[in-house]
Design a binder for this molecule. Sequence first.
Ligand SMILES: Cc1cc2nc3c(=O)[nH]c(=O)nc-3n(C[C@H](O)[C@H](O)[C@H](O)COP(=O)(O)OP(=O)(O)OC[C@H]3O[C@@H](n4cnc5c(N)ncnc54)[C@H](O)[C@@H]3O)c2cc1C
Length: 428
Amino acid sequence: MKVAVIGAGYAGLAAAVELAAQGISVTVFEAARQLGGRARRVDYLEMALDNGQHILLGAYRETLRLMRMTGADPAELLLRLPLQLVIPGRFRLQAAPLPAPLHLAFSLLTARGLTWGERISAVRFMSAMRRRNFRLGDDIGAGKMLTMHGQTGNLRRYLWEPLCIGALNTPLETASAQVFLNVLRDSLAGSREDSDMLLPLANLTHLFPEHADAFLKSHGGKIIHSQTVLAVKDEAARFSLEMRPGTEKFDQVICAVPPQRLAALTANLPELAQARAQVGHFSYQPIYSVFLQYPAATCLPRPMIGLYGGITQWVFDRGQLNHEPGLLCAVISAEGPHQTLDHDELAQRVNDELRATLPDLPQPLWHKVIAEKRATFACSPDLQRPGQVTPLPNFYLAGDYTAGDYPATLESAVRSGVKCAQLILESP
Ligand SMILES: Cc1cc2nc3c(=O)[nH]c(=O)nc-3n(C[C@H](O)[C@H](O)[C@H](O)COP(=O)(O)OP(=O)(O)OC[C@H]3O[C@@H](n4cnc5c(N)ncnc54)[C@H](O)[C@@H]3O)c2cc1C
């Protein structure tokens, strides 16, 4: 059996390593030179930046499992920190070293920047959600759900809103309350380890894709870089992948391209009409990453801090994380007024906002803005996402946009890839 995987993002690579581990002959086609898709290394000024700063959670079980399986040691490649959200001078929440669920209750009850009423309201909200198993009858906007449960004021401003935008990359008012609850269930309300934040200590291509590549090679698989698949044709129970130059035939195909590429690639497959229609209803949200290089001695008080009141949401100290001294990366998720600024203005604005919190910050030596205008699908209420199984036998869909509990994340991408591989392994 010959299996083709189209796309070497985290979803495609997850599928490929699962199959190769079971002795299946797998070939991965990747349009870009670099592996990792949206979670890839970007080379700039002899540095290995990332396409955008990423955070993983302890709850990313499948991602962590596949990292281990391919020889990428999470303990070496990820900085594991107890959940901590710090907006200097305004807010501080840190998971307590207690067993779940006490660690959560304690951290909410001791959060700085909230009134006693807000702390108790947060604990009540989480207990109410736990009692209903984090399930809503009908999905609604996350903002509306929080209002219905009295989650207002600083509690909403400093805790729920940044968490929702960070996790779903969708503004609170238009984000799916159900998907937000799924994230809270597995992180904040999960075990203490699940709620840990895992910050990459290496670039995103090294974190998993390079290890997956080596694993595939040693298990008889291969990745063909810089090879765009132009179309897939269904020819008498085999699939013909059209490329320039030539075509190649496979028994099974896992299509692991981003949702925007699905329609063109599957145009010859009428069975994929429903998946194309579902994706056609998606809208997308941006993520901007603003890298600011300061003199090497510059550092943040901790690896990651939040900012409030401007456009900058989170700032990461790449010196403490990726051995890039003096390099800070500001992250701005979801749509907003920052999109009207050009890259120089945006970098200046982020620098000004940082200096309001850290007055001693010198002028940056250079900056680089990476604007992913369609970083993820907008995770809106009741969004219909295509399943991994399609009506076309032996043709599967993987990717962060396919059906699942999570918003567009590394873990949803990996889980979808693992599921496709399992379906193939279980097929007669
Ligand atoms: C800036 C940014 C920040 C993010 N932050 C986080 C975070 O903190 N935590 C988190 O969990 N997630 C985060 N995400 C989301 C995460 O990166 C994605 O959910 C995940 O990488 C998607 O993986 P994927 O494999 O589904 O798709 P992709 O990564 O998009 O991979 C698809 C691959 O298919 C290839 N391809 C496309 N067309 C073809 C073709 N015709 N032929 C061959 N190859 C093709 C592409 O080149 C690409 O490599 C972030 C995303 C962005 C953009």
